[in-house]
Each structure stands twice: as structure tokens, then as C-alpha cells.
Design a protein around this ligand. Structure first.
Ligand code: ADP
Length: 309
């Protein structure tokens, strides 16, 4: 059995417009790289993190350590691991920075332990890692990062995740302004009450979006991507949100909304050409600001965490 393994853990978009807290998908354009090696110390050791050196390296505070510990506790193992993280996804980006580390860590550890768990079972452990990031064990980023494609988190008790393969021509553009919005803070903006009429439109959209994904009906996907509840409350945190959305839709995006709790904004598109046009339209809007930003354009990833070597 191998002593060491390298993995790529993709970024992810959660909420996906109408699917607040229950829906997410994996993106191929950006992700973290991680190397896990077995050690003989019976302890987890996180090396200084490449990319973002202000992240905690104490295993109980880093999502990678917490997620692996949850797996080891369930397995009844005291195997030690050295964990190297090359962080490409900025923390607090809204594109699943913490989930990428948690998911990459458990997939890699599971491989080195002889695969005692299925990918579906690993979602549970990756989700435990999220407690270290936001105080909550949520799976809307962790599930697509582990499994790939779109994931519906139907229920938590017990965890019930449904994976849907992404239609083959579905592309995603994500613009990531380099400001940090912590999930915890963005949650404080949300009203605990939902107007019944808005809720009815919202679950109509969720049903439409899921059907559109199953039937590869891009028009239906586009019609269903609207969020009547959360976007309005959170968009105040995101510079140029309305202009970005308008530019993306005018350039032919199927829909556009906040990725996770922001500041990233995503647009779904049919085909690469449309995605490139949307990317340049969003670029045009944001280039007028003084805020640094990145734009990623890629297919929705059906793979989730990939083993590199
Ligand atoms: P994101 O949606 O980008 O994951 P969150 O606000 O949910 O943003 O998570 C970021 C928080 O998680 C930060 O406070 C960060 O310190 C903490 N964290 C702990 N371990 C990691 C890790 N390995 N990668 C990223 N963030 C981590």
C-alpha cells in the first residue's frame, strides 16, 4: 500500500441561485493540491500552508485535520499523517476553499488506508471539517467537492445526498473579487422569515432546475436559476453585483447569482463560446473597479477530488 498520495480538490459553487443551503456543484477551473503521507507518530501534522500562510496549521483548527480526525475516529484508527496543502482557493472566497481542503484530505487519507469508505460515506467526514470553518457541519460544498457534478443535500439526519451528472455542455464562469466574506458573517444578514409567495416561487425553481439538469434542458436550467429569497439580502456585500449580473445575462448566460455566501459571483452557460463571451462581459464590468479579481471559466466538473499520483 502507498505511503504517500497527491490529490487535486476542486472548488465548488454552493446555493446555485434557488438552492440555498441544499445545492452545489464542483468546478474544474480552480482547486487546491494536497499531499498526504503516513507517519509513525500517531499524530496529524499540517505543514506550513503554501499560498495562504495565515491559515491555522493546528489540526484541530484546520478543516483538513478535523475531517481526517472524524474519519479516523469512526474507523477506530490512530494512523498519523503529514499533510501538505497548496492553497489556490482563497479562504472566504465563496468557492469552497475550506471544503476543498476537507474533501481532499479525507479522499487522500481513505486511499492510504486501503479505501475503507465509499466516496458517498466520505462526504460525512468532509462535512465535519466544515465545523472548523463556519461552526456548522454543512455539505453543500463538501458533497460536490468529494463526488463531483451537482449535489442535492436532501437531509442531514441522516445525511442524504443525491448526485446528478452535469449536462455535458454546461459551463461555468466565476468571478472572484479579492475581498473576504466569511460564511458566518454573511449568514447574519439573512432574515429568519420567508414570505410564503416567494417560497412557492423558489421551490418551483428548485424543481425546475433539477429537472433541467436531468433532461439537459438548458433553457429550463436558465429559467429556474432565479433566487427570490437570499440574493437580494446578500448582494449588498458584493461590489458591482447588479452590473455583473446584467452584463452576464446580456452576454447570453443562462443565469447568474452569488456563489456560496460571496464575494464570488457565478454564471452558468451553454457551451464554451458562450462562457467566454460571458467571462469577457463580466471582466469588462469589474476592470473598472480598483478591486483585484480573478475570473475562472470551466466546465462543471463531474469528477470531484482527483488522485494525481
Ligand atoms: P469558503 O467558502 O471559501 O470555504 P468559509 O468562510 O466557509 O469560506 O471558510 C473560511 C474559514 O475557514 C477561514 O476562517 C479559515 O481560517 C478557515 N479554515 C480552516 N482551515 C482551512 C483550510 N484548510 N482552508 C481554508 N480555510 C480554512
Amino acid at each position: 500500500m502507498n505511503k504517500s498520495i497527491k490529490v487535486f480538490a476542486p472548488g465548488s459553487v454552493s446555493n446555485v441561485g434557488c438552492g440555498f443551503d441544499i445545492l452545489g456543484f464542483a468546478i474544474d477551473g480552480i482547486g487546491d493540491e494536497m499531499v498526504l503521507s503516513k507517519n509513525d507518530s500517531n499524530k496529524l501534522h499540517i505543514k506550513p500552508i503554501e499560498g495562504y500562510d495565515n491559515l491555522p496549521t493546528e489540526p484541530s483548527k484546520n478543516v483538513a485535520g478535523v475531517a481526517i480526525q472524524a474519519l479516523l475516529d469512526d474507523l477506530g484508527s490512530n494512523q498519523g499523517f503529514d499533510i501538505e496543502i497548496k492553497k489556490n482557493i482563497k479562504p472566504g472566497s465563496g468557492i469552497g476553499s475550506s471544503s476543498a481542503s476537507a474533501a481532499g484530505a479525507v479522499v487522500a487519507a481513505n486511499e492510504l488506508l486501503g479505501k475503507p469508505y465509499s466516496r458517498e460515506e466520505l462526504v460525512n467526514f468532509a462535512m465535519q471539517g466544515e465545523i472548523a470553518a463556519s461552526g456548522d457541519a454543512h455539505a453543500d460544498n463538501a458533497a460536490p467537492t468529494v463526488l463531483g457534478g451537482f449535489c442535492i443535500v436532501r437531509a442531514y439526519d441522516p445525511l442524504d445526498v443525491i448526485q446528478i451528472e452535469s449536462p455535458k455542455d454546461l459551463w461555468c464562469v466565476v468571478i472572484h473579487p479579492q475581498i473576504e466574506i466569511k460564511t458566518k458573517e454573511a449568514r447574519k444578514l439573512l432574515s429568519p422569515k420567508v414570505d410564503l409567495k416567494k417560497a412557492i416561487r423558489q421551490w418551483g425553481n428548485v424543481a425546475g432546475l433539477i429537472s433541467g439538469l436531468h433532461k439537459s434542458d438548458y433553457n429550463l436550467i436558465g429559467r429556474s436559476l432565479e433566487d427570490h429569497i437570499v440574493e437580494k439580502q446578500r448582494k449588498v456585500l458584493i461590489p458591482e453585483f447588479d452590473n455583473l449580473k446584467q452584463a452576464a445575462l446580456e452576454a447570453g448566460a443562462l443565469g447568474c447569482s452569488i456563489s456560496g455566501s460571496g464575494p464570488s459571483v457565478f454564471a452558468l452557460c451553454e457551451g464554451e463560446d458562450k462562457a467566454k463571451a460571458v467571462s469577457s462581459a463580466m471582466n469588462e464590468v469589474f476592470s473598472k473597479t480598483t478591486i483585484p479579481y480573478f475570473i475562472y471559466t470551466s466546465q462543471v466538473s463531474n469528477k470531484g477530488v482527483r488522485i494525481l499520483e
